[in-house]
Write a protein that binds this ligand. Sequence first.
Ligand code: NAP
Length: 496
Amino acid sequence: MSTIKTIKALKDGGVKEPRVIIMGAGMSGILMGINLLKAGLTNFSIYEKRSTIGGTWRENTYPGIACDIPSYFYTYSFEPNPHWTRRFPPGSEIQAYFERVFEKYQLASYTTFNEEITNTQHKDGQWHVETASGKTDTADFIVAATGVLHKINEPKFEGIEDFEGDVFHTARWNHDVELSGKRIGVIGGGSTGTQMIDPLSKVAKKLTLFQRTPQWIFPIPDKAYSKLWIRSVKRFPVLGKSLYRLYKFMQERTVGVATVKPGWNRSILNKLCEWNLNHVKDPVLRAKLTPNYEPGCKRLVMSTSFYPAIQKPNVDLVTEGIDKIEAKGIRTKDGVLHELDLIVQATGFDGFAFMRPMTMQGTNNTTLSEAWESGPRAFRAITIPNSPNFFMLNGPNSPIGNYSLIAIAETQSSYIMKCIQKYMEGVFDYIEPKQEAVDDFYKTVHEALPGTIWTTGCQSWYLDDNGVPLLWPWSPQRYAKEMSQPDFNNYHLKKA
Ligand code: NAP
């Protein structure tokens, strides 16, 4: 019998259901809520720090925002979306999709908006949470669905407060600021910075990209789906489901393999990136855009519009380091002042924050900051020692390098449901990973990491202070396989 059916039967048979708190109403929090509801479990609350759902896709609304995973695969496997209008879905469509799903499953009645959980502590056999407004709640299980990139990286450039124009981070886009006819400076050329160059180049009087390190750009063309195709997918959902499987297969067999082991996939990836770069005609500009590391070491940017846009007459690429910001613009280290009306900080995020700044204390009086003193660690990306019945979605070392975070969260959420089933069957009251299991896991991860593309010599948000990537060094398929059933030998199972 499936997990969902077993849990339903247990509940129908009178077994008391656990109380679950889900932190965050983004993609993975919504997913967890749906899985609980599907199993007939209703004693749960989702706490969301902002006033609406959506996580990443609510926060990031910059011009040109889109997902670099094909739309049909960037979808819950059980909830196909016949409305996708493009191969790479624009952010607003993704947000609309999550809003529709949230409404369909009537999750609003389980969600408390504008309440950020600031502290959680395991005491007297339960998790006690506290929100920024002082509200308190308790739960048997906590699922941290707080996302990977929610804490922005905003370098404090000298003199930034003197700038007379507007300045904001890409995840805090100020839509009241007029872009048309302006001199816009974008600091940072990662996935976000490169993505906005084409749309901004169409409105700006002058656009300047301040690039510290060039990115490799993989030429996957975006395309609009025809009205006929969209109608067909609505009428024959099997079409959407087939594309989900096709894109999943392609993602796993191409970038999924190329990033974790050398071979022909990696060679083809390299060649295609080089071929794409050669579309830049001016050799000086091309040299400035040529990375000195292998494609995929930093997360690959998927674009066919960046190189044409950066070659436009109203677009400049500046590779001199930034010295300081002044009233009129950005002064680079060569002494040149680049006059600007607007500065956009496309400087990325802290990929190591996870549920922090929330504070947390498990059973042995150890705080999360103490437990994670040398970096975030979680057994197979989801559980932490001394933190009973605490689970993370897309936690440290999840296989997130150019793969759909939705597919990973689904694997992890199913795993959590299997643990909840065992809890309801009375196998345990508390589950937490053994320290040896975590240590063994990290030993094998660290042994495997040198074969991956992320350790070939570049700086990226994947890496910790010692240059070690916080990623899954094998294929996403292996992760799905290892997570298909909890191996309870790796856990302390305790009774109350
Ligand atoms: P990012 O990849 O970390 O890029 C940040 C950029 O800012 C880099 O170019 C970095 O330069 C630069 N930077 C940071 N601090 C700087 C400083 N003090 N001075 C000058 N430059 C500085 O961040 P992101 O572009 O926001 O992307 C983060 C992740 O979000 C992506 O890897 C991807 O996973 C996701 N994302 C996906 C999409 C998509 O689906 N299309 C779009 C956007 C984001 P260095 O390289 O030299 O450090």
